[in-house]
Write a protein that binds this ligand. Structure first.
Ligand SMILES: *Cc1c(COP(=O)(O)O)cnc(C)c1O
Length: 230
């Protein structure tokens, strides 16, 4: 935005701000850009006001924590859409499919196979993202960028998973822009149009690089205990 002078009482400026708000609301409601509110480590008292304000898409990074929190909330708000954004072990695939609507962290053959089996067993329409380790960080989940296209193809054709898009978490100490650009490039090569990228510190950058959903936690819910947040 190119701004400076405070002319916020001007009727046309007030109208302009209303139009900005309506454009944003339309973009969110149409799903052009989705906001995933990352509620990990926070309990009902913090989540409920956000639900009452109309937010419906939430992200959790642990299956056990989601299981303790979300089934009750779903009874009150049946249109909640819950995303798993943390790493998944194949022995938790059944619980993950039962609890979540979207799993964003498919990153290896074993997990794809376990999820495919559960989707069949539970007859549940699930959507998935493939997580890409764009920074090739050894401690981080995600498939290597050079393997992403073939893996997406295998998930779709062999495992019949509905892969919607790609997800990444750039290295904490690097400029995220090149990572977002790489994710968008890999997605396009794989015929995917959805990109889950950007968090509290970098979601505007992610949107500039084509994010279709941003995962925002601390900027909504406040500071987390760091140990619990990983
Ligand atoms: C915790 C987490 C977020 C949210 O991080 P904030 O910096 O609090 O916005 C987003 N994505 C993933 C995968 C996370 O684990």
């Amino acid at each position: 935005m190119h701004n400076t002078t405070d002319n916020s009482a001007d009727p046309a400026v007030i109208a302009l701000h209303h139009i900005h708000a309506r454009i944003i609301r339309a973009a969110l409601e149409s799903g052009r850009i989705a906001l995933t509110a990352v509620s990990k480590t926070f309990d009902d008292t913090v989540i409920l006001p956000v639900l009452h304000a109309g937010q419906r898409i939430f992200g959790e990074n642990r299956v056990q924590e989601a299981k303790a929190k979300w089934p009750q909330l779903r009874r009150q708000f049946p249109d909640i859409e819950l995303h798993l954004i943390g790493p998944l072990q194949s022995n938790k695939a059944a619980e993950a499919v039962a609890l979540f609507d979207v799993i964003e962290t498919v990153d290896r053959e074993k997990i794809a196979a376990a999820l495919a089996q559960e989707v069949q067993k539970q007859h549940k329409p699930m959507r998935f993202y493939v997580q890409v380790n764009t920074g090739l960080e050894p401690q981080k989940a995600g498939i290597a960028p050079q393997e992403a296209t073939a893996f997406v193809k295998r998930c779709r054709e062999h495992h019949k998973l509905t892969i919607e898009g790609l997800m990444c978490i750039p290295p904490a100490d690097e400029n995220p822009g090149p990572h977002f650009a790489l994710l968008a490039k890999l997605g396009k090569a794989a015929g995917l149009a959805k990109f889950s990228m950007g968090m509290s510190g970098d979601f505007e950058t992610a949107i500039a690089f084509g994010a279709t959903s941003v995962r925002v936690g601390s900027a909504i819910f406040g500071h987390r205990d760091h140990a619990a947040a990983q």
